[in-house]
Write a protein of this length. Sequence first.
Length: 496
Amino acid sequence: MRREIYNILPIAMIPTFKFWILTLTLPLILTNQIIGQSAKNVWFVQAGAEGGGRSVHHPFGTSIEIETYTKPGDIILILPSEKPLSGGLILKEGQELIGIAQPGSRNPVITNIDSSRMSGIGIILAKDSHIRNINIENTYSSGVYGKNVTGAWIDQVTISKANQSLTNTDFELPIYGRLPHGGIVLIKTNNDNPDKNRITSTSIIDPAGVSIGFYSSAASEHLLSIQDCQVLGGSPVAPPFDCSILSASIGEGTQSTLELMGSKVSGRMSRGGRNLIVLGSSKARSKARLFRSTSGEVGQDGVLGAVWMSPAQVSIDIEECTLEKAMTNIEGTIMNFPSSDSTKEHESLVSINVNESLVHDARITQNYGDETVRSGNIIMGSSPFTERPLPLGKYKLSVSNSRIENGRGFGLYIGLLSEERRSSPERADFEVWMRNNVIKNNGEAELILSALNADIDARQNCWNTSNGITNDRMILGDGSTYSQVNASDPIPCNDK
């Protein structure tokens, strides 16, 4: 007979002011952990207490006691306290950490400002560990950190002011260096088994460094699902990679997949601020799917798909989303850094698919000295960070059943105007397919084209006039011609 929670907490022994603990704990434990499972040990902790951890009346008072006495698979309940549980916590395999809050009060708080303990991390995850109903605040480095873990679940957690030390992890991106700590950082550096982790109903607020860092290497497979979350604000660390969600996949055979559903990301307002970067480098593959999510106000890019060192493949699917108020709402690019394999540089691919989405109001401007940088809704083209020629590779863009409107400078920008960025002309191939979209009210041009090897099939779209897009609403450069654009069979805008 398994031991029920009421055997741990005899009702007759609980004072009236403690009754809310029973009413909250009983359904949570019974429905999620005990019914249909073998018995699990339940432990209690409350910041500043001096008990033995076995009852609500005598909880542990420190995280070190939890680590000393608990076993894999145990359940740990954090009781309310006026002060945070300091020192962070290292979870064991299968453990569940649950915060219990008084009605109308915030969740219990964990913090760690001690760099000598767990490198100042708030919570270190283990395989199949769960954390929920907890606030993690003012940590020295990452709020939550997991390395080579799978089955981890972060639910109903608020992480604020993480990485107060402005430090980086030991995970290195070629050329750039070490990637930053931040709110939640998950790292995969072995290829033993595919890792699958999830974050749900969680808020990450104003970290230094990334809000969510999702880093993969060593021919690993890594999946992260983010659902019903808010990712708000934040600031960069040196070197300045100012990004809310960063998915970085590095090395041959490495495959990472990021899912972002029902979530909102906004508030990185530096001139390099980005809401989401999906990055692949050195023969890796990096994928992302955005569904019913919002990319809000940000200093530079809303969503950026980037090949770092060629060859690599990056693909992003965007469905039923809103992307707005960036300098560029959506960007796909291949960097012209030295390639990891020059014989396969041409195999690089950046693919972005947009369906049933609103991409609008790209109006943020930043000061880049004497460099002219337009603000607009969607751009696909190479990035000239070095003196090397622009890279080989392929870009694919498909947009359907969407609205691309009110960009300050442009609606779509295909290729790179070399005179604008003082670079060589594009060498990559561009394949663009567009159907049943509204594309209008976009500043200087609905379309900028500056790539000789571009084929744009833009039939059956609304271009704000009954005759479709006119030549004066296109800007051409580097020898591109109107013949590369098929915008025939326009649809009436009043049907939209």
